[in-house]
Write a protein that binds this ligand. Structure first.
Ligand code: PAF
Length: 282
């Protein structure tokens, strides 16, 4: 495994490894790696001869007052997890990604004013800017993103279309703890008590999905029941919504397909997001 920092080191490493006809799969991350990230690496491994992982805590996707400063940084532990599984780890500095004045902010395409975009001002523009930059530097054949950040995945698909970026976007299912909590680098912020409560987020999503499969059509009742349950357990709900899985447009019928339910809650100071597929016709 080669660990590189500058863009020219990265380009040299790819050039040295890549043989005629070989493919490069790319997994961009912000580090603090967990089993969810490693599942993306596994998918990359199946798709390409050369797997590149980047670790960069991107300042432009954190709104003022968010957790940029305290976002976990653990380079050594991350490298140990990747050793033997990937060919190249790229650890750029801010000056590599945002050289003075040379990178324009990209306006995030897609349905980014709703869900997380409604409260996280500038977040998706920051993600669009860094992802476009990373893809342009690495030039992979495919890049892998998790469905946990489903709106991000939606935006990146639109980004690739809008800017005609020559890369295939591959999506990977959410990886969960045994009790159902979706894996996230931010789960470590949860107090012991909050960690015990946190699986309720997935429990209510699963219950709504199951009720719909069993023929329940009163969406409003299902969502209200879930809201009440979360409220009683001490969660502060940001949103709980059924939306079209491709366009993220709001839908009112639980029979709409393809559809997903999206949720964001606060538990203490920690924001948790999750989603579940209801119907899949994609
Ligand atoms: O999903 C993440 O970890 C980040 O948003 C990403 C895609 C690496 C961009 O910084």
């Amino acid at each position: 495994m080669r660990v590189v920092r500058t863009i020219s080191e990265l380009e040299d490493a790819i050039k040295a490894l890549r043989r005629e006809g070989q493919k490069v799969a790319f997994v961009p991350t912000m580090g603090a790696l967990h089993a969810g990230h490693l599942s993306l690496v596994e998918i990359a491994r199946e798709l390409a001869e050369i797997v590149v992982v980047s670790i960069f805590v991107n300042p432009t996707q954190f709104a003022p007052g968010e957790d940029f400063e305290r976002y976990p940084r653990q380079e050594e532990a991350d490298l140990a997890k990747l050793e033997g599984h990937v060919e190249i780890v790229w650890l750029p500095g801010v000056e590599d990604i945002y050289p003075d004045g040379a990178v324009r902010t990209v306006t995030a395409p897609g349905n980014v004013q709703v869900l997380c975009g409604a409260s996280r001002e500038g977040h998706f523009d920051g993600v669009a800017t860094v992802v476009k930059r990373l893809l342009e530097v690495v030039q992979p054949d495919m890049a892998i993103f998790g469905e946990k950040d489903y709106q991000q995945l939606h935006m990146i698909r639109e980004l690739v279309k809008t800017h005609a970026l020559p890369v295939k976007i591959v999506h990977a299912p959410i990886v969960r703890e045994e009790d159902g909590l979706a894996m996230s680098s931010r789960n470590r912020y949860l107090s012991d008590d909050a960690r015990k409560k946190a699986p309720l987020v997935f429990t209510v999503l699963r219950q709504i999905a199951q009720a719909v499969y069993q023929g329940e059509t009163r969406l409003g009742t299902l969502l209200d029941d879930a809201r009440n349950r979360l409220d009683k357990a001490g969660f502060v709900l940001e949103y709980l919504e059924l939306r079209d899985a491709e366009t993220l447009a709001s839908v009112s019928s639980p029979l709409h397909a393809p559809a997903r339910i999206f949720i964001a809650v606060y538990l203490g100071n920690t924001r948790l997001i999750d989603n579940i597929e209801i119907w899949n016709t994609i």
